[in-house]
Design a protein around this ligand. Structure first.
Ligand code: ADP
Ligand code: ZN
Length: 704
């Protein structure tokens, strides 16, 4: 398609129905390819904007676009989202009653709907509808589910190959966020779309800040983290069902709105947790990896990994669930050695153990990186980043290396004295000269090296030992109760004085990071964004749809910046399309207008003494000013007092005599500087008027 033609045809549709002014990255090319009836495979990270790629063509095709999606539970939200944009869409599944299903068939036959969401299991129920007479395009979402190579394999996806055979002229667009080559090949083969055009988008999600911290005291770190982000929705991924529940409980005990989610809960519980999260009723979900696929909630602001994920694919997919609206988001991973040990145990003995171990190793390298983390992440997906990202903890606080040879020697000599039999905890206890039961039982307190590392805190030792392990100076014997053991490199440090470089433990860095973020208290500020958020929440509750479907955070932010107060201006905002303008426009314009008016009023109030000053300079008397401004004379005097304090040129002694000022000064001493004016008034038996007392005090304050 020619550029001009595209601009004339596609952009107005994009704006009208989705409210966007331009396409992102590859969206336009993909849309054009679909409209040209090619088959397509689209690989885009979560939040990259896959939906537009089939939803926009759907509006331009004559017939129906069938959307195959794995999760029935989430179809409703997708359809709600489309309806909110003024697009007629519906979903079809086996739990609907036959009259509901028939109604949908009618709508399809009468060409009343543009998109129909259906789970692969229900395709066979579509009967006559499933022909080229009615269907113009087929979109297959989460297409990696078709591949047993992928991590979300669904057997029902495997039968989808018949679609190309029965509807050979209908373009298929398969979409997924899973990038690896084997899966891609598999999708193409199984769907019989061997001539599909492949679109691979960058996996970089620049708006997500990456951070890794040591796992000490995770829970209180998490509570602090969340308290700094009141109202911001987030997901915490845990390794076990039990820890999701325990963590959710602890958060709740600390006044945070949290819930647990895992595959052990029944369907009703899971659905409720998910919905409460989507509808902004629960702020935080503590979940196993069972949670998240297909959740389109665009305003998830952060993802925490309470435990280390078992590979980078999983990690990346999970963090991809925050910041889908493109606004700043945070991904925080807690790194602990015991997690690595645990994960290592999980995969020991599985059929493809080698692959899994290698994947875990890459994950570990990422967690321990001392160079830009995003570079490491993207290189895993075959993408090269030429410059450091500037949005990961390593870029923000580059590690400071120092000569840690003596520290290393101390640790390695304790490991030697302990005959390579003890795990990290005991090694640190001995280094720090602890006298606990194990140390005493085993007579470790008698060792020469007991206490040689007293000067370093427990936490820091833990960090240093992790660094020594990473650099290969010692290792963990997983099969011997995780005992720390020496390696070939240890000797070089102990006997040949090899220099060991270590980095300062992370806590120092943490403080630097904390300093940068201003502390926000739990009390919410009265910003326009907050006001618009509240309005959005109210509308969402009334309409029973998730708040982000009304407008995304990004759209509200833009409104806050641009303050549109007319329909034309509102329509300029990214995310405001025709239907939303019609349905929500008035309310949002009213809110913005009243916010702005209040601001003007406030400013007027703050500036009121300036108006008095103008009139005073014109030579009006106090009574005249009061009359003109319709204010009391005492108010005008209080303005004069303020103006005088501010150093404005006011002949204050025209209103109060030096003698009166002296009397007030004396009274002030005797009364011990009361706050109120009344004690003075009474002291003078009402012989000096209030306004004079006030002016006198102003002079005394200013001139000391
Ligand atoms: P994906 O399915 O790839 O995870 P979505 O299609 O849900 O991503 O889109 C993610 C977010 O990006 C949504 O909030 C969507 O509204 C927004 N978005 C998509 N395309 C654009 C665009 N061209 N301009 C602005 N925002 C967009
Ligand atoms: Zn970086």
């Amino acid at each position: 398609m020619l550029l001009k033609e595209t601009q004339e045809k596609l952009l107005p549709v994009l704006k009208k129905y989705f409210g966007y002014d331009s396409f992102r990255d590859q969206q336009q090319k993909i849309v054009e390819s679909v409209l040209s009836k090619n088959d397509n495979l689209v690989i885009m990270p979560t939040g990259g904007g896959k939906s537009i790629c089939f939803q926009l063509p759907a509006l331009l095709f004559e017939g129906l676009t069938l959307v195959i999606s794995p999760l029935i539970a989430l179809m409703k939200d997708q359809v709600d989202g489309l309806n909110a944009n003024g697009i007629s869409a519906d979903f079809f599944n086996s739990s609907q009653e036959s009259h509901e299903q028939n109604a949908i068939f009618d709508k399809v036959i009468n060409k009343e709907i543009k998109l129909l969401y259906v789970a692969p299991e229900s395709l066979s129920l579509l009967g006559n509808i499933l022909t080229e007479q009615y269907i113009s395009c087929i979109a297959i979402d989460e297409a990696h589910c078709i591949s047993s190579w992928g991590h979300d394999f669904r057997p029902s996806y495997q039968q989808l190959g018949f679609l190309k055979q029965s509807l050979p002229n209908t373009p298929i667009i398969a979409l997924t966020a899973t990038a690896d080559k084997a899966t891609r090949q598999d999708i193409i083969q199984q769907l019989n779309i061997v001539n599909a055009t492949q679109f691979l988008s960058s996996f970089d999600r620049k708006n997500i800040e990456l951070e890794v911290r040591p796992a000490n005291d995770r829970v209180s770190q998490i509570i602090k983290f969340i308290n700094k982000k009141p109202d911001e929705a987030g997901i915490i991924y845990c390794l076990s069902r039990k820890s999701t529940e325990q963590l959710a409980l602890k958060l709740k005990q600390n006044g945070i709105s949290a819930a647990a989610y895992h595959a052990g809960l029944n369907f009703v519980e899971r659905t409720k947790t998910q919905e409460d999260f989507i509808y902004d009723k629960t702020q935080v979900v503590c979940a196993t990896i069972a949670f998240g696929m297909g959740i389109d909630k665009s305003n998830v602001r952060w993802v925490i990994h309470y435990n280390m994920p078992k590979n980078i694919e999983g990690y990346y997919q999970e963090i991809g669930r925050c910041g889908r609206d493109g606004l700043k988001a945070n991904a925080l991973l807690f790194h602990s050695y015991s997690d690595v040990i645990q994960l290592r145990k999980f995969i020991s003995g599985v059929s493809n153990e080698d692959v899994q171990v290698a994947k875990l190793e890459r994950m570990k390298q990422f967690s321990e990186a001392t160079t830009c983390r995003r570079k490491i992440l993207l290189s895993y997906f075959g993408e090269l980043l030429y410059e450091n990202c500037g949005n990961c903890d390593v870029c923000i606080n580059p590690p400071q290396f120092f000569n840690g040879t003596i520290i290393a020697q101390k640790a390695l000599s304790v490991i030697t004295r302990l005959k390579e039999n003890e795990a990290t905890g005991i090694v640190i206890d001995v280094l720090r000269g602890a006298h606990n039961a194990t140390v005493l039982d085993k007579k470790y307190d008698k060792l020469k090296s007991h206490g040689i590392g007293k000067d370093i805190s427990w936490r820091d030792w833990q960090q240093y030992i992790i660094q020594l392990i990473n650099q290969g100076y010692c290792e963990v014997a997983f099969h011997k109760n995780n005992a720390l053991q020496l390696t070939g490199f240890s000797k070089k440090v102990l006997f040949e004085n090899e220099v060991v470089n270590l980095t300062r433990p992370v806590e120092i860095q943490e403080q630097i990071i904390n300093k940068k973020e201003p502390k926000t208290t739990k009390a919410k500020k009265d910003t326009l964004f907050e006001r618009l958020r509240k309005l959005r929440q109210k509308i969402a509750l009334d309409e029973n749809i998730p708040a982000y479907l009304v407008f995304s955070d990004a759209t509200l932010k833009e409104m806050e910046r641009a303050r549109p107060m007319s329909e034309a201006d509102l329509l300029e905002i990214n995310g405001v399309g025709q239907r939303k303008l019609e349905v929500y426009g008035d309310e949002f314009i009213a809110e913005i207008t009243s916010f702005m008016n209040e601001k003007v009023e406030k400013r007027k109030k703050n500036d009121t003494h300036k108006v008095t000053y103008e009139l005073y300079k014109e030579g009006l008397s106090i009574d005249e000013i009061a009359e003109k401004r319709n204010l009391k004379t005492t108010t005008i005097f209080s303005h004069l007092a303020k103006l005088y304090t501010d150093g404005k040129d006011i002949d204050i002694y025209n209103f109060v005599t030096k003698d009166e000022v002296e009397q007030v000064s004396k009274a002030k001493d005797e009364l011990e500087s009361p706050q109120a004016l009344k004690p003075y008034f009474e002291y003078f038996n009402a012989e000096i008027e209030y306004f004079k007392i006030r002016l006198a005090l102003t002079i005394i304050d200013k001139e000391g």
